[in-house]
Structure formats: C-alpha cells, structure tokens
Design a protein around this ligand. Sequence first.
Ligand code: UD1
Length: 394
Amino acid sequence: MSDEYVRLALEGDLSPIICVVGARPNFMKMAPVLRAMNAHVPRLPVVLVHTGQHYDKNMSDRMFEDLCLPRPDVNLGVGSGTHAVQTAEVMRLFEPVVDVHKPSCVAVVGDVNSTLACSLVAVKKGVPVVHIEAGLRSFDRTMPEEINRVLCDQISDRLYTTERTAEANLNREGIPSCRVCFVGNVMIDSLIFGRANARNAKNTIQTCRADPSILTNPFGYGVVTLHRPSNVDDSQTLRELLGVLNEVAGILPLVLPLHPRTRSNIDRYGLGGLIDPARMALLPPQGYLEMLGLVEGATVVLTDSGGLQEETTALGIPCLTLRENTERPITVEQGTNIVVGRNRDAILDAVQEILSGRGKRGRVPEFWDGHASERITADLYQWLKKMQTKGALQ
Ligand code: UD1
C-alpha cells in the first residue's frame, strides 16, 4: 500500500482542524504547521480560515505567496476597526464557519485580535482550542496582545510553547502542565524554510527606489520596524523616537519598512522632516522573503516587533528592542536581544558597541531548529485521537 493511500485512508476518521490566520505575524507561524499537517501520516484534514484582519497586498497576499501558504478555504474579510469592532466582527463571521465544518479543534497562533476572537467562538461551542505560541507574557496589560494572550491561554485545551519559561507563566495562571507541550518555535521553522529564497537586500532597496548609497556604508546598515500603538500612536512619542533614529542614522544608515499605521501617523503628525532620505530609506511593508534578506544583511535591527526579536536571535544578529519589556525573555537571556526602550542614550550606546564589534552574541535556543511544527502535529494527532476515544470530541 502506498504512503499516500495510507494517509488518505486514515485521515477520514478525524473531523477537520480549523486553522486560523488573521494578521501578518500569523502567516509565518501557520505556514509550517499546515505543511506538517499535510505531510503527517495520516494527513490531518485542515480548513484554513483567514479572518482578513490584515488585507493589504503587502500585509497579506505577498505573505501567502512567499510562505507557500495555500489559499484560504474561507476569508471572513473583517478588515480594520476598533478592537471591539474587529473582535466582534471576527466572532460574528467565524461562528457559522464552525457550525458548517464541525471541526475536531480550532488551532490559533500568536496574540492578535483574530486569535482571541476565534478562540472565544470555539470554546463557547464546545470545540477544543489549540494555542500555538502559548504562555508568553510581557506582564504589561496595557498591550492589547497581552490581554489576547492571557485570555486565549485560559480557554485553550492544548497549549504549545516556544520557550520553557512559558510553562511556568501558565502554571502561575492555573493552567496545569498536562495541557502544555514544549515544542519550540514555529516562526523559526519558517525562517529556515525561507532562508534559501531570501531576496537580495540591494535589489529590495533598488526596487523601492531608495538611495542605494545606504548600502555602501562601511558599517553596513540597520533595519528598523515600528508599529506598536505605544510607540507610534502618540505624536510626541513618535517624534522623540524618530529623533533618536535620526541620530542613529548619522552613524549607521537605516532601512525602515513601515507598517501602514506608522506611515500614516508620520504624515498625520507632520513628522516627515525627521526622515533624512540620504540616511533613512522608508520602504512600504515588505514581503517575507524581502524582509528576511534585509534582516540577514543587517548590522543591527531596531524594532518593537515580537517576531523580529526571535528571528534576530536565530540568525545571531544584534537586536535592540524599542520597548520597555519583552514577552520573549529567552531572546535576551540566550539570544542577541537587548531591551532598550526609548532611551536615547541606551540606544546610541548600544549601536556604538555593536559598530565597534562588541555587540551582544547569543546562541540559538532549544528546539528553535526548524522542526517545531512536526512536533506540534505529532502531539496534536495523538491528543485528538485520545479525545476521540474518550468521546470528548463532537
Ligand atoms: C496587529 C496585531 C499586532 C501585530 C501586528 C503586525 C492586534 C491587537 N495587533 O496590529 O499584535 O504585531 O498586527 O502587523 O491584533 N492596516 C492597513 N492594512 C492592513 C492592515 C492594517 O492599512 O492590511 C492599518 C489600518 O489603518 C489599521 C491599522 O493598520 O487600522 C492597524 O491594523 P490592526 O490589524 O488593527 O492592528 P496592527 O497594528 O496591524
């Protein structure tokens, strides 16, 4: 009997797993999980739902192409809105999808509004929730993502973690270890998968018609990403941050692929004068492979993104996190990350250290090895079979 025959014959007895994606950082986490579910023997049947939280070509479609994600089976098309409206819209539109497909579980990744909204719908319908990237905590409840993480974990039945401290966080919140499984980091599965096809940084800069001399500086260049509401929504805060970045650009040219909200706030607050085009290349949001090429070639990354803290640790590239905290402490303890906040002196000192060759070096954390998705799939299959035997699945 061929493997394919066995895969198809066995998959018949499991209801589909609804896999949810919504916003940009979800796509690189779910892509390797879908590949692993498809390759598993037996194949795990999947219905891919895109909530449409991110909808721009650059924020969504290009990611699907770069990550070889299949077209979603369902697109809820919710788009932008306040947190309440966006979350409510996802819930309203996701509920009938669960009714139609009667899934064995709903699998969600990360901490965006779509993650929480779909988890809430599932748990209230008695459908098990599986959370990938569970247990991360910044302990800062002013962050919308922290609220999404805490609540999603509370209602999840199976929780997959990327670092060991996550399990202790979950235990403290009353979630027993028997529900938790340490598997490593699916984000790094995508990184390893995409690396061979990463796009050349020079081409990316040229395609965006930025000043190519940015890439000829003897120190190289830095990559900056900024999109957290706490950094970019207040005009004074954004002004100060751009001022510091302008100073950094005086010693190291910067490439800034900008999130749409950051770009529109720079325009709205009239802060374009703080961008020196000869030293700071403002790019639109980049595809996954363009971004990977830019980051791989960077001397340092300055960011408020969670994913980039992990990717730079995996690549061994110094990272300065422009936040007061991180929910990913392993990137500081073991990796190349330093949390510098918005402190001008701390940022400039750290950049100088890196340029003088004394930047922080790190190591790649346990299980950030490109196989986290396979570990998830193997565990999830066993878990679902156990639940099925117990009659706990609908
Ligand atoms: C969301 C996530 C955040 C994640 C980020 C990655 C939540 C609470 N936040 O934040 O954790 O790090 O995605 O990008 O879910 N916009 C566009 N085009 C798009 C999508 C958004 O122009 O395709 C603009 C709109 O003006 C929108 C704003 O960006 O109002 C914010 O989008 P939203 O999805 O609400 O949150 P993000 O800031 O992207």
